[in-house]
Design a protein around this ligand. Structure first.
Ligand code: PLP
Length: 378
């Protein structure tokens, strides 16, 4: 059979699928998962909830999943002490899909999305897939965002979407709440043009995938939602919550924004199985708190340990640490892999990123890294 001449969109020609390598090694510290499995009790409750849901699988699921939105609102209240109404919550299959919905609603030809790089590597893909122009403002050498540059770029580009990753991936750095506020304020009236002399408000997405790991004194942007109808705060059950395999991301925003997203979502996008499993998992938040605190403590210690080895390590508000710098980071990455430790080659040249694992995994990573560096220096 001869090959077909497929009408692939020009901009997709020659591209390969995105994704971190999924390798079968013992210690996997490359995609910022929570290293602990759910408890037996949580697993049993999820199984029972899914069994009940299975009896109704001949029917389409509830399109608007009010029970899950209520449970997510309660979780946010407990976690961030901010009251969000269930109607102001939206969810999808991972925060990746939540953000794609935002691009589908607000991006598109003639519209731009703006991000502060280095940032999450999926953003340019949402932009590409929705034919949205992607523009960036590079972060400073300490990976903070220069507030004046950010505001100037918003005024210049009139973006439909501004993406703030806080805590940021891959740097681990959080943006001060006052900066988020100023950027969101500047975004008002600086979105794409509506009619002559009349501009829309840019939508500011604060991607808080790692919110639960933030250090004391770093507030969540959830506290700003009441003031800004053009702001979205996105969260996920994939990281701190330890449910990456579930695929459940969510966000909070004004009713106007939620209404717009409901127009672009596919019908019944959240399966009955996902809804049931997520609801059951959300009834077990108490076991998370100690886990998250333990991981955050290990993270702070890891920064100290890496620096004691003569390396640079960036203070982190997430469950990973970016460290370096290496003349040949690919070799360090590979040498670690040869010792059974998989981390991530991501971020600015010279840097590597390692997720916080169990105490044993983190110790094994450090031991392997010591060996690798000793060999390099020998
Ligand atoms: C991991 C991550 C996500 C979460 O993706 P899910 O689709 O919810 O698994 C979102 N944003 C950032 C910055 C991330 O690192």
């Amino acid at each position: 059979m001869s090959e077909a001449q497929l009408p692939l969109r020009r901009e997709l020609e020659g591209l390969t699928p995105y994704g971190a390598p999924q390798l079968d090694v013992q210690i996997r510290l490359n995609v910022n998962e929570n290293p602990y499995s759910p408890s037996e009790e949580t697993a049993s409750d999820i199984a029972a909830a899914v069994r009940d849901a299975a009896l109704g699988l001949n029917r389409y699921p509830d399109r608007d999943f009010p029970a899950l939105r209520q449970a997510l609102a309660s979780y946010v209240h407990q976690e961030s002490q901010v009251l969000i109404r269930p109607e102001n919550i939206w969810a999808a299959n991972g925060s990746n899909e939540v953000m794609l919905h935002l691009f589908q609603a607000y991006g598109g030809p003639t519209h731009k999305a703006l991000a502060f790089t280095p940032a999450y590597s999926m953003y340019p893909e949402y932009a590409r897939d929705t034919c949205t122009e992607f523009v960036v403002v590079p972060r400073m050498s300490d990976f903070r965002v220069d507030l004046d540059m950010a505001k100037e770029a918003i005024v210049e580009h009139k973006p439909a979407l501004v993406l703030i990753t806080s805590p940021n991936n891959p740097t681990g750095t959080a943006m001060p709440l006052s900066d988020i506020r100023e950027i969101t304020q500047m975004a008002r009236g600086n979105g794409p043009q509506k009619s002559a002399g009349d501009h829309t408000d840019a939508v500011v997405i604060v991607d808080e995938a790692y919110a639960e790991f933030r250090r004391a004194g770093t507030p969540s942007a959830m506290v700003l939602l009441e003031e800004y109808p053009n702001m979205v705060v996105s969260r996920t059950m994939s990281k701190a919550f330890g449910m990456a395999g579930l695929r459940l991301g969510y966000m909070a925003a004004s009713q106007q924004i939620i209404d717009n997203l409901m127009v672009v979502r596919l019908p019944y996008h959240l399966s009955a199985v996902t809804q049931a499993a997520a609801l059951a998992a959300l009834a077990h938040t108490e076991e998370l708190r100690a886990q998250v605190a333990g991981l955050a403590k290990q993270r702070d210690q890891l920064v100290v340990d890496l620096r004691a080895m003569g390396l640079e390590a960036i203070d982190s508000d997430a469950n990973f640490v970016m460290f370096g710098t290496f003349a040949d980071r690919s070799r360090v990455w590979k040498d670690l892999l040869d010792r059974g430790v998989l981390i991530r080659e991501v971020g600015p040249p010279g840097w590597l990123r390692v997720s916080i694992g169990t105490v044993e995994e983190t110790a094994a990573f450090l031991a392997a890294l010591r060996e690798v560096l000793a060999n390099e220096r020998a």
